[in-house]
Design a protein around this ligand. Structure first.
Ligand code: PLP
Length: 307
């Protein structure tokens, strides 16, 4: 059976050098990516048949790989082609597209040396995901400020995209126990960092602010800062504390898997009229309008190379 004859309707993956339907994508239980979270990844989205900021995601993936001393067996151009092929096989016009490099398994049985491992590359494309569901974005997400501090940046560098989600998952569980939609974490010194899968912004007195520490340098965050610049909204990366959340006029979260996602409550603080604020709504609308106009777009080639 050629790759194009499989059923990729739920998504397509590239694992161990071959394309497979997403349900068949598997890794070894001995891969250090699994046993030690010794892995880095990136996620780019496809909207209406085009990648958004593909070059920026590949740049960040390369920085993460270098930071982890990982080297996948494919170069940048091959990775870009593999991602596009996954999207095309699945026939997805809107997709969540992941690229992953695991440490892999040691070539020498029992070795504990990372240098003895053959690094493995995995990619997949699945239908669009919203980290905060669309109906929740409509009314504005309710955020809980987690009691669990974000893992120290000196221990796990948050600018290297990672699966070391112990703190974020505990925050999410705590948020759900409290009836909130999701969480935002502070660091051990009480500074605001990020949430499980997104950066955060506050709007206060017409200023748009996002934390300067403990968080991924999000590509959606960068897009929002560019949009603010374009429309003349003062915006900056700054230290933010718990009080800044409780005094915010508005708040929103940003991620590849959802875009600009408004918040209406943080802990007990209800913002505006308990609905997405005007600045958040404007930036969200502009973000998607610019997508439709081809902003940072790389079209996906859907022609089947097997035919
Ligand atoms: N912070 C974390 C922990 C994330 O996992 C993500 C995205 O998955 C983000 C922030 C947002 O980054 P980006 O806008 O590049 O998707």
């Amino acid at each position: 059976m050629t790759a194009s004859q499989q059923d990729y309707s739920a998504g397509a993956a590239f694992v161990a050098g071959a394309y497979v339907p997403i349900a068949e994508a598997k890794i070894s239980v001995l891969d250090w990516g699994f046993t030690r979270s010794d892995v880095t990844y990136d996620v780019v989205h496809v909207r209406d048949g085009g990648f958004f900021r593909l070059a920026d995601h590949l740049d960040r993936f390369e920085r993460s790989l270098a930071g982890m001393r990982l080297a996948p067996p494919h170069d940048r151009a091959e990775i870009a082609a593999i991602l596009a092929r996954c999207v095309a096989l699945a026939g997805l016009r809107d997709a969540y597209v992941a690229m992953i490099c695991t440490r892999g398994r040691p070539r020498i049985f029992g070795s504990r040396r990372p240098a003895d491992c053959d690094n493995a590359f995995i990619a997949y494309a699945i239908p669009w995901i919203d980290v905060i569901p669309k109906d929740v974005q409509e009314r504005g997400a309710h955020l809980h400020v987690a009691s669990i501090p974000r893992t120290a940046s000196a221990s796990v560098d948050p600018t290297i995209k990672n699966y070391q989600w112990g703190d974020l998952t505990r925050g999410l569980l705590e948020a759900h126990d409290r009836g909130a939609d999701t969480a935002v974490l502070l660091d051990a010194e009480g500074y605001v960092t990020e949430g499980p899968g997104f950066n955060v912004f506050v709007v206060r007195d017409g200023q748009v602010l996002t934390p300067d520490r403990g968080s991924l340098e999000g590509i959606t965050r960068r897009s929002v800062l560019e949009l603010c610049d374009e429309i003349g909204l003062p915006a900056r990366i700054a230290p933010l504390r718990h009080e800044d959340l409780l005094q915010a006029d508005e708040m929103f979260c940003t991620t590849t898997a959802g875009g600009v996602m408004p918040v209406s409550r943080v802990d007990g603080h209800v913002m505006g009229n308990d609905r997405p604020g005007p600045v958040s709504a404007r930036l969200k609308a502009l973000y998607w309008e610019k997508h439709a106009a081809g902003w940072h777009r790389t079209p996906v080639d859907y022609t089947d190379p097997d035919r």
